[in-house]
Design a protein around this ligand. Structure first.
Ligand SMILES: Nc1ncnc2c1ncn2[C@@H]1O[C@H](COP(=O)(O)OP(=O)(O)OP(=O)(O)O)[C@@H](O)[C@H]1O
Ligand SMILES: [Mg+2]
Length: 579
């Protein structure tokens, strides 16, 4: 799957590789020239002990040119490495975002916001680093390692065997450390998830934290998560902190062995001092290559751990499979629950055997004590969740058979928790219908009883709403959400307790206006108050996951004990308002 992303930027990666080869080749050629300068130029081994200044100049100039060329290759390599790494990361981030947008609600719940944000930011950056390191480092280290080894064998067999003996030891040390660190990296990212989710929750909920004087507790909770993260980070650092000196020691062991072998060999006339010098340079290059490999391996094991987490997002299949129906139906605005049962994933059954039919143009109020499943019931209509038993039909067609966009086009919904975005009030309302003009937006706001307060704000409809609607009162937020739903002008309008923060008069005005402007819209109104519900054609009462009664206000008042109880508890409030 990663290949899919790499393939797109393969030319960059190949160019990067080519320039890398150029850079390393220069590194490999240099010690050879150096040894020639020493042996022939300075010591004059071939000319009977007479040095050759000319040769020194010539070879010196050659070396400078090679260094310059190598440097140029190095810079160009860097450019192309980053071009491929950044682009790949960018594509992954976009794909992840698109994928998350297709997630069903249970999928979102399962990941959690904190984890999704970490995966899209930190994890993708790790993968990006990993790719850059891989393109840059792998070629460099492989070439340096094997090139140096080859050159050493060419200088002298004995030198070659010395490094060949040390090499497997170094690889073994690295393998052990990698294995230990690999699982830690997975843990590290998971802990980062926790830290991020706490941070997110606490920053968005800062008002509640202050109101409940929970600062100390939250600080401790955050501190604890952070400490755990750091503990793991330290463990990783310790592993690599031990690995570096061990690798170093092994390499210097090799240098010592070469000096020893070289000493014997030079005395016996088997090799020259220049070659010994070159061999030591190659060994240090090999060491550099190895140390780089250590860093790369860190990045690789971390990158792989992160890639696994990113891949989970990218490879998640959408849980809600789209149907074929494009929304063209004979009936418009009917809803039917047929023997519907529902349980949240891993949770208890919330709804059981619900049978309910709402006719086009009808207004149905849904009542029941808090937590009884009203929000759950209405979320099944736009298919936010799939039923676990039975079927929900909209306009006579099972909601599973619709394309999701076609189904949701039929439904306008004001959610129980009004969510606004940091944009102008006008933009927030126009989410209901992006093509609506200013006038339509205003008339929707009038129906929602929001026009008054919006016009009174200094910038009117252009007032920028703070993040999540913080700058508006609860009731104002609700009315902007209602305006958004009204503007959509859909066949079905669902208010999930959307008027709970409005006073009874404003609420009554809203319903009167709505009846006038949208007489044929099917309306479902989830309500806690009798006052909000009594104007509906029928009222359904939900209790213990069942609909225990359904009928007009007067009928329920006469026959339904549950409704009578709610009525009795609110009677004072009612009377106050009707006076
Ligand atoms: N996303 C979810 N995952 C798991 N369980 C949930 C989820 N949302 C709600 N529930 C559970 O389902 C039950 C019904 O919740 P629901 O929100 O439908 O109640 P409600 O009638 O709308 O309550 P209220 O009047 O307070 O808004 C509750 O017991 C709740 O704990
Ligand atoms: Mg609710």
């Amino acid at each position: 799957m990663m290949w899919k992303y790499i393939r797109r930027y393969l030319p960059y990666a190949i160019l990067a590789g080519a320039f890398m080869i150029g850079e390393v080749s220069m590194d490999l050629i240099q010690p050879g020239i150096m040894s020639q300068i020493v042996d022939d130029g300075v010591l004059g081994l071939k000319t009977g002990g007479v040095g050759d200044l000319d040769l020194i100049w010539r070879l010196g100039l050659q070396m400078i040119l090679l260094v310059l060329f190598g440097g140029l290759c190095g810079s160009l390599n860097n450019v192309f490495v980053h071009l491929s790494g950044q682009n790949i990361g960018n594509d992954m981030r976009k794909d992840c975002f698109r994928k998350i947008m297709t997630f069903s609600f249970p999928q979102m719940d399962r990941f959690g916001t904190g984890s999704l944000v970490t995966r899209m930011t930190n994890d993708i950056t790790q993968v990006q680093n990993f790719i850059s390191q891989f393109v840059r480092g792998m070629i460099r280290t492989t070439m340096l390692t094997f090139g140096s080894m080859y050159c050493m064998f060419r200088l002298s067999r004995a030198f070659g065997y010395v490094v060949l003996c040390v090499f497997p030891l170094i690889i073994a040390v690295m393998a052990v450390c990698m294995k230990k660190a690999g699982s830690l990296f997975t843990k590290l990212q998971a802990q980062l998830d926790t830290v991020n989710s706490i941070m997110q929750e606490d920053i968005t909920g800062i008002r509640v934290i202050k109101a409940c004087v929970r600062e100390i507790y939250e600080k401790l909770r955050f501190g604890k998560a952070n400490d755990e993260l750091i503990k793991t980070q330290l463990r990783v650092l310790i592993i690599f902190a031990f690995m570096n000196p061990v690798v170093n020691a092994l390499m210097y062991l090799a240098v010592a062995a070469i000096l020893l072998v070289g000493n014997v060999s030079v005395s016996a006339g088997g090799t020259t001092p220049g070659s010994v010098m070159a061999a030591i340079t190659y060994t240090t290059q090999l060491l550099n290559g190895m140390l780089m490999l250590v860093m790369i391996f860190q990045n690789i094991s971390r990158g792989i751990a992160s890639w696994k987490r990113v891949r989970v997002i990218l490879s998640s299949a959408p849980e809600l499979v789209d149907g074929e129906q494009n929304g063209e139906t004979a009936v418009k605005g009917s809803i039917e629950f047929k023997d519907v049962s529902f349980a949240y994933p891993g949770g208890q059954t919330v709804l059981e055997h619900i049978d309910l039919k709402v006719n086009p143009g009808e207004t149905l109020a849904l009542m029941g004590e808090t937590g009884c499943g009203k929000t759950t019931l209405v979320s099944l209509i736009p298919r936010f969740y799939d039923v676990t038993g039975g079927a929900v039909l909209v306009d006579g067609v099972n909601v599973r058979e619709y394309r999701q966009t076609a189904l949701r086009d039929k439904i306008a919904m004001a959610l129980q928790k009004s969510e606004l975005f940091s944009a102008s009030v006008q933009e927030n309302i126009s989410w209901g219908d992006p093509e609506a003009g200013e006038e339509e937006i205003q008339s929707a706001a009038k129906v929602a009883q929001a026009d008054g307060f919006i016009s009174r704000m200094p910038d009117g409809y252009q007032t920028i709403v703070a993040e999540r609607g913080m700058s508006l009162s609860g009731g104002q937020k609700q009315r902007v959400s209602i305006a958004r739903a009204v503007l959509k002008n859909a066949e079905i309008l669902i208010f999930d307790d959307s008027t709970s923060a409005l006073d009874l008069k404003t609420e009554a005005d809203l319903y009167t206006a709505l009846r006038k402007t949208n007489p044929h819209t099917t309306k479902i109104i989830v309500a806690q108050r009798i006052a909000s519900a009594r104007q509906a054609d029928r009222i359904a009462v939900l209790e213990n996951g069942h609909i225990v009664a359904c009928g007009p206000h007067e009928e329920l008042l006469a026959s339904c004990p549950a409704y009578q109880a709610i009525y009795q508890s609110q009677i004072g409030e009612e009377d106050d308002n009707h006076e």
